[in-house]
Design a protein around this ligand. Structure first.
Ligand SMILES: [Zn+2]
Ligand SMILES: [Zn+2]
Length: 250
């Protein structure tokens, strides 16, 4: 049996004792360990940064990698076949090593100091591909049970760090109201069904905004982001860009 609170504090303690200084003032590349120039807020050496699986040819709707490497205007299979409630998307990297390892380290081992370097990669991709400056940022929420178990929401941490870099405020806008089987263990049709009606708008939500940036760590089908976008649209948001750290190929 796991004790969520203890898990949280042990993660926190591990984070503080093992490497917080390195993450705040990093001196070596997080991927290869090569020493970095002091005084620069860098987390990766130039070589590792260049060799990350950056997404260049992307779906114009969700931002995922398009293997056909067609024009930027084309959409991926999932976006072509389903109604999307978000309007544009940017995904920084393909769901692949070595960046995947860093995300798993943050998500499952509680090393949330990694949110800053990973959000740095997201911001870099967003700035390069952005359609406009968002009014505010929000994120895909975890169900309270999952939040208690993990102790934090990785998407919220990433959203906060992206917000700092873009100088935009982050607000929690959604609640996850259904706690079901883990999405990863379901097939595509089950996933789509499972995620329907999983979210609702926060009770005190009253923001009417033109452009909102919706953040998540990984996009697979995009159904989770789509459901969140749908709720935001129903509650007065007119334009939504989804921003993800990684996405799988369609
Ligand atoms: Zn390196
Ligand atoms: Zn797409």
């Amino acid at each position: 049996m796991r004790f969520p609170v203890l898990h949280f504090f042990s993660s926190f303690a591990r984070h503080v004792t093992a490497g917080v200084l390195d993450l705040v003032y990093p001196r070596s590349c997080l991927l290869c360990g090569k020493l970095l120039e002091f005084d620069k807020p860098l987390y990766f050496c130039r070589n590792c940064l260049r060799n990350l699986p950056w997404i260049h040819a992307r779906c114009r709707e969700c931002g995922r990698y398009l293997s056909a490497a067609g024009p930027v205007q084309s959409a991926c299979k999932t976006c072509s076949e389903s109604r999307r409630f978000f309007d544009s998307g940017v995904s920084a990297l393909l769901f692949d090593h070595p960046a995947k390892k860093l995300l798993f380290h943050m998500k499952y081992q509680g090393d949330f100091g990694l949110a800053a370097p990973l959000a740095g990669l997201m911001t870099r991709a967003y700035v390069k591909n952005a359609v406009s400056h968002p009014d505010w940022i929000t994120f895909v929420p975890l169900h309270p049970f999952r939040f208690k178990e993990r102790g934090f929401n990785q998407s919220e941490l990433l959203a906060n760090e992206v917000g700092k870099r873009l100088r935009i405020r982050t607000f929690p806008a959604l609640d996850r109201i259904r706690f079901d089987a883990v999405q990863a263990s379901l097939d595509l049709r089950e996933r789509a069904k499972n995620i329907r009606n999983a979210f609702q708008i926060k009770k005190k939500f009253n923001r009417k905004s033109d452009h909102v940036l919706l953040v998540d760590d990984v996009m697979t089908t995009g159904n989770t982001l789509n459901e969140c976008a749908k709720i935001l649209k129903e509650n007065g948001v007119s334009y939504i860009t989804v921003l993800t750290l990684m996405s799988v190929e369609d």
